[in-house]
Design a binder for this molecule. Structure first.
Ligand SMILES: NC(=O)c1ccc[n+]([C@@H]2O[C@H](COP(=O)([O-])OP(=O)(O)OC[C@H]3O[C@@H](n4cnc5c(N)ncnc54)[C@H](OP(=O)(O)O)[C@@H]3O)[C@@H](O)[C@H]2O)c1
Length: 329
């Protein structure tokens, strides 16, 4: 199994390499790819050094799988070229997600949709992934009517430049800016660009991607996405209104038994999910599970996950593992 990691020097790419290594992914050859400025530099994988190669070199090596995290334009331009060379591309950018011909996959929810014909597969937006992992088992049991979500998103979701901005601001250094305002000691109700309807693109991604992954356009979703000066993971306050009534103990038990979820919900002992605890973990953490006392059949909960792991690298690697297990690649 020859695997190309496109964007190998970036925040997601670096975690991708770590996740491949940790999970002992069955690769026989690693092909790290980045922009022209990084070609010739080296990355370390399993204690060995690998030179970064250009896109053209990587395509010429005809990898079996290419894990892309190098921005939307790079994906739009180069993913079809890998596909032509017989490679299955798993793409982390937003470039292909809403294309009706492309599958948008969270393995715990809809891996069964994948077939051998899917040569470009989209990894959803980080904040959507962690939410649908929790929504899916609850939707199966109680049928979700409406979701209201507010996010508290880590600067690692913006890439290397944003982490530098936060760290520079902490040290009083004037450096390059990833955000239009200071992020340290601040909160920005603004992720990705604003759209004509007054929502941001990130908010609309959460709406549309949720419907696509859950294969159910009847689920109403509204989102407010917010950047906070935090590393380690994204947090979400989620209010869910169901068609059918639920039992709180049963909700907890369903979530405890669902794949990829860890319930941390013991307020008597001050236990609830936090980005510091989710950092470098592959699971989605859920807590603060309680009835919405202002509405019948409605639930509040708090969801946290490492956006670079389950929100990006881990989800992509899990898709690749599924393809291998089912002999779809
Ligand atoms: N951060 C997250 O939580 C997250 C979550 C889900 C999805 N994503 C998506 O993943 C992608 C990367 O995000 P990131 O946070 O890792 O960004 P990043 O830290 O800025 O890294 C970008 C990577 O892309 C490479 N790259 C840029 N232009 C390229 C080109 N023309 N050809 C080949 N490689 C190129 C860069 O290489 P150089 O080092 O050579 O410039 C670098 O390896 C984005 O599409 C983002 O939307 C990010």
């Amino acid at each position: 199994m020859k695997v190309a990691v496109v964007g190998a020097t970036g925040l997601v790419g670096t975690v991708m390499l770590k996740v491949l290594e940790e999970r002992n992914f069955p690769l026989t050859e690693l092909i790290p790819v980045a922009s022209e400025k990084s070609v010739g530099k080296e990355i370390t994988f399993k204690g060995k050094k690998f030179p970064i190669v250009s896109m053209d070199t990587a395509i010429g090596m005809r990898p079996d799988i290419a894990l892309f995290s190098a921005g939307g334009n790079t994906s739009l331009e180069h993913a079809p070229r890998f596909k032509e060379a017989g490679t299955t591309v798993i793409d982390n950018s937003s470039a292909w997600r809403m294309d009706p011909a492309i599958k948008l996959i969270v393995p715990e929810v809809n891996a069964h949709e994948l077939s051998i014909d899917n040569k470009i597969i989209a990894n959803p937006n980080c904040s959507t992934i962690q939410m649908v992992v929790v929504l899916k088992p609850l939707h199966d049991k109680y049928k979700i009517k409406r979701v209201v979500v507010s996010t508290y998103q880590s600067v690692t979701g913006t890439g290397v430049k944003a982490v530098e901005q936060l760290m520079n601001e902490r040290k009083g250094i004037d450096g390059p800016k990833a955000y239009p305002y200071e992020i340290d000691l601040n909160v920005l109700p603004h992720i990705d660009v604003f759209m004509e309807n007054g929502y941001t693109k990130e908010e609309m991604k959460m709406v549309k991607e949720t419907n696509k992954i859950m294969s159910d356009d009847s689920i109403k979703v509204t989102a407010t996405t917010v950047r906070i000066p935090v590393m380690g993971g994204h947090s979400e306050s989620v209010n869910i209104e169901f068609e059918n009534d639920f039992d709180l103990a049963e909700v907890r038990s369903i979530l405890e038994k669902s794949p990829g979820i860890i319930v941390v919900d013991d307020v008597a002992n001050l236990k609830y999910p936090m980005p510091k605890d989710a950092h470098e973990k592959d699971e989605v953490f859920v807590g603060r599970i309680r009835r919405d006392e202002s509405a019948p059949k409605a639930l509040n909960l708090w969801i946290v996950a490492d956006n670079l792991r389950k929100g990006a690298a881990t989800n992509a690697v899990q898709i690749a593992e599924y393809l291998i297990r089912k002999e779809l690649v």
